[in-house]
Each structure stands twice: as structure tokens, then as C-alpha cells.
Ligand binder design. Structure first.
Ligand SMILES: Cc1ncc(COP(=O)(O)O)c(C=O)c1O
Length: 315
């Protein structure tokens, strides 16, 4: 978190107009980058000085803790559970998608603050399910309990990060532009550098994900302008970054699958001029990246498909 920007926004908007300050461990839209304990504590101080709640998205908390242990001075001797506890002591409320660090379907919201607990309580049956199970099956709650114990094992916490590190470095050696240092969620390809001939309103990260699927069958996720909504006048809000996320969940891929993806991405980089932009067929007004439909601006996918089919290495 840019601390100066945070203070400036609070001063400009007024703390009474802000519901909460949120940190995401690790942060999706900037390439799965972690935050440091030092930064988190400074954010916590600013939030609490202004009587604002600090919320942490803990979906990849064990990965963030792994990076704090391995990269931040003073933490190498601390265990992952100790680091997670120190992180979470800064927060008023935490929530987590169990699909990432705990490898279970479902999620949780936790707080030590009884006032917040009683505010949330009546909403749980309305939106999730009764308070004892929150819409999840017992089997899934048990799986999440196992996942919570496993995720704090140093080797488990670092296993995704190590594979992402390998994948990212392999792509760097092949000349493919990626976000560095490697983060915690996946390997993130820089679509602005990959497809410099596209403008951001042609959705370079979305076009890259579509092209990569055609040449490899691997599904990447657009994290850029497509993932933003238009402003209230319908004007496109271009994103600060245009990334294709290649998520690397732990215990999911073999090394040869990673090598395959890297090889196909390097091929695509050499043929990047064949990739052009995308345009909307159906554009929902909110969260358009979930349900919207797009097509290529000029049928470029046909020449890309021809090129990969006719490459002798691929036959
Ligand atoms: C950081 C983060 N938080 C929350 C979610 C939402 O997860 P779910 O679909 O399990 O609710 C995601 C999904 O990708 C995520 O990456």
C-alpha cells in the first residue's frame, strides 16, 4: 500500500465516507504480489488513527506469510503460524476464499470484535446459510480445517510460490515479459509489453488470454481493462496494468505441464503480431469480465490457428 496515497485519499474523501481499508494477501490485480509486515502495520496505524476498519483478504495468506519469512528482515526465524498471527492481529475483520490457501470449496469471515460479529450475524442466514454451516457442507468444513492446518507447513506454504518462481524464471529466459519478482498466485504475463501494437481499449490482456488458449489449451485470466467497469458516463476506465494471470495452484500441475505452457507462450511471443484486439458482443453493466462475451476485431484467430497448425514442431 502506498502510505502517502492512503493518507491523501482519507484526507480528501473524509474518513466518514470510507467503509474500510482492505489489504489483499497476496494482491490479485498486481500480479499476486505480497505485502510486507512493515507495510501492513503502517496501514493498520493509519486506518485505526482515522477510526477505519482494517479488513484483510486472507485467500492466499500462507503464501504472503511465506514471502515475509523468506524476504523480510527479522522474520526468517519465525514460523508461518507466528507470522500469520502477527499479520491478523492488525485486522478488525478477515475473510478468505478457501479455494486458495486451504484448497477447499467455500470460505470464511472471522473477527475478534464482538460488535462486528453481532452486526454480521443476522446477514449470514440471509446471504449464506444458517450460522453453524454458512451454506457449506460439513464435508467441506472438515476439508477446510485440514487445509488450514496444512497451509501453515512451511513446505506447503511455499510450494505454489516455488513453482511460480520456476515458471516465471523460465519465461524470463525465453524472453517473455512477466511481472517480477514472482508473486504468490500465479505467473503474470505483461500484456502491454507482449502486445505493444494494441491499445488498452482493444483489451490486450484479454486478447492474449484468448490467443494463448488457442495455441496451448491453457486457460489464463485477463487482469486489466476488461476487469474494470466503465465509469457512470459509460467511458472506458483503462487499467494501470494489463496482465494475463496463469494461476499455479499448489499440487495441481506437473513440471512438464509448466514446461509445456512456457514453450507455447514463447511460441506465441514469436508470433505476437498475429494477435489483434477484442470487441464486445454482450457487455454486462457490472463485473463484465465474468459474464460478458467478446469476439476478435478482425478474425485474427484464423491466421493464428493456421500458423500453429502449420508449425512443423507442433505436428
Ligand atoms: C484474493 C481473492 N479473494 C477472493 C476471491 C473469491 O473467491 P471465491 O470465488 O472462492 O469466493 C478470489 C478469487 O479468485 C481471490 O483471488
Amino acid at each position: 500500500m502506498d502510505l502517502e496515497a492512503l493518507e491523501r485519499v482519507i484526507a480528501e474523501k473524509g474518513a466518514d465516507k470510507i467503509s474500510f481499508v482492505r489489504m489483499e494477501a497476496t494482491t490479485n490485480l498486481i500480479g499476486g504480489q505480497p505485502f510486507s509486515m512493515e507495510n501492513l502495520k503502517a496501514v493498520s496505524e493509519i486506518a485505526h488513527k482515522n477510526h477505519l476498519l482494517l479488513v484483510i483478504d486472507c485467500s492466499l495468506i500462507s503464501e504472503n506469510a511465506f514471502f515475509i519469512k523468506t524476504r523480510e528482515a527479522g522474520f526468517s526465524e519465525k514460523s508461518i503460524p507466528e507470522i500469520i498471527q502477527e499479520m491478523l492481529q492488525q485486522a478488525d475483520l478477515i475473510y478468505m476464499s478457501g479455494r486458495k490457501s486451504t484448497m477447499a470449496r467455500g470460505g470464511m469471515i472471522c473477527t475478534n470484535d464482538e460488535k462486528i460479529y453481532h452486526e454480521i450475524l443476522p446477514l449470514v442466514p440471509v446471504f449464506e446459510g444458517f450460522i453453524t454451516y454458512g451454506g457449506m457442507s460439513t464435508k467441506e468444513i472438515e476439508a477446510m480445517a485440514v487445509g488450514l492446518r496444512e497451509m501453515v507447513d512451511f513446505n506447503v506454504a511455499g510450494s505454489g510460490a516455488e513453482m511460480i518462481n520456476f515458471f516465471t524464471n523460465r519465461l524470463i529466459s525465453l524472453g517473455v515479459p512477466v511481472v517480477t519478482p514472482p508473486g504468490g498466485l500465479g505467473c503474470h504475463v505483461d500484456a502491454i509489453k507482449f502486445l505493444p501494437h494494441l491499445s488498452q481499449t482493444e483489451y490486450p490482456a484479454g486478447a492474449l488470454a484468448a490467443a494463448f488458449y488457442i495455441v496451448s489449451g491453457c486457460r489464463g485470466m485477463e487482469r486489466g481493462t476488461l476487469s474494470m467497469d466503465r465509469d457512470k458516463n459509460g467511458k472506458e476506465e483503462v487499467s494501470d496494468m494489463e496482465l494475463m494471470r496463469l494461476a499455479v495452484p499448489r499440487r495441481s500441475f506437473t513440471m512438464s505441464q509448466i514446461e509445456f505452457a512456457a514453450d507455447r507462450l514463447a511460441w506465441l511471443y514469436q508470433h505476437r503480431n498475429l494477435v489483434h484486439g477484442l470487441k464486445w458482443i454482450e457487455e454486462p453493466p457490472v463485473l463484465r469480465f465474468f459474464l460478458g462475451k467478446l469476439t476478435s476485431i478482425d478474425g485474427w484467430e484464423n491466421s493464428l490457428t493456421e500458423a500453429i497448425k502449420s508449425d512443423s514442431r507442433m505436428n
